[in-house]
Design a protein. Sequence first.
Length: 307
Amino acid sequence: MNYTLHQLQIFLKVTETKSITKAAEELNLTQPAVSIQLKNLQNQFDIPLTEVIGRQLFVTDFGLEIAETAQKIINEVQAINYKTMSFRGILSGKLKFSVVSTGKYVMPYFLTGFLKINSGIDLSMDVTNKAKVITSLENNEVDFALVSVLPKNVNLNSEVLLEDKLHLIGNKDAIQSTAPFEKSIFGSIPLIYREEGSATRLIMEEFFERNEIKAPMKMELTSNEAVKQAVIAGLGYSIMPLIGCNNELTNEKLRIIPVSGFPITSQWRLVWLENKVLSPAAQAYLDYLKKEKDNIAKKYFSWTEDF
C-alpha cells in the first residue's frame, strides 16, 4: 500500500459529496486532478471503492469502510499537528459550530477576530436548518450552536450576542403608508412563510397567535435567502429578520412596511450543552466572546438600531 494523505482527503470529499465535480469545487482542485488521485487510490485495492450507475456516483460498502478508516487517520494527523503547536505554546484545536441558516449573517463576525489571533485553530461551521442544529447539539457533535429561539427539552448554557429584529418586508413597489398599518393587513397581502420548524416561522406564528391574527400562507420556502429573492421579485411579503437584508434595504430592493406592534424582537444566542466539558480551544473562544461581543455588535451591527 502506498496511498497518501492527499488521496485520502480527496476520497473523503468524494464520499461526502457523491460527486467528483463537487469534490473538486470544494477542494479548489480541477476535476481531472481529483479523478487521477481517486484512480491512484483505487489502484491499490482489488475491490471497488466507488461505482457509477447511469451518471450517478455511488460509494460501495467497502468504500464506506475505507472512508471511515481514512477519517480516523486524518483525525490522528490533525491531533499530531495540534499537539505540536501546543508544545510550541500555540493555542490549537478544532472548533465545531452548527448555525441556523440566517445565522450565517451573524456568526462570522463573532469569529474572525479570534481566528486571526489564534492561527492554530481550525473551524468547522455547518449552516443548516433548526432541526439539524438541535440534533447536532443533542448528539454532542459540536462545541457551540447559534440560534434565535432556544430549543425546548435540551439543557443548555447560553450567551446572548445580539438582538434580532423582524419586520414585515416588501419589495420596492410595495404598499406604502405614512402611518403604521393595522395588524389586519396580514389578511389581505400574499404572505410568504419559511418552512415548518424554522425559527423565523416559529417567531412569526407565535406573533400571529398572540395577537389572534389570521394570516393565510401564499407560499412556503426553505431558506431566508429564497424568501428574500421571492419578495424582491414581487411574489409577496414576508416577516424577515433585519440581519441579512442590509444590502437590499440600502439599495432599496426591499422596503420595511410599518405595522403596529413591529418590530418583533428575539435574541441571537450562542448555546452549548449544559454539562459539556469544553476543549481548551472552545473555552478560549468563549472567554474571548464574553469580553469582545459588545464591541463586535457595535462595530458590525449598529446599523440595525436605525430600524
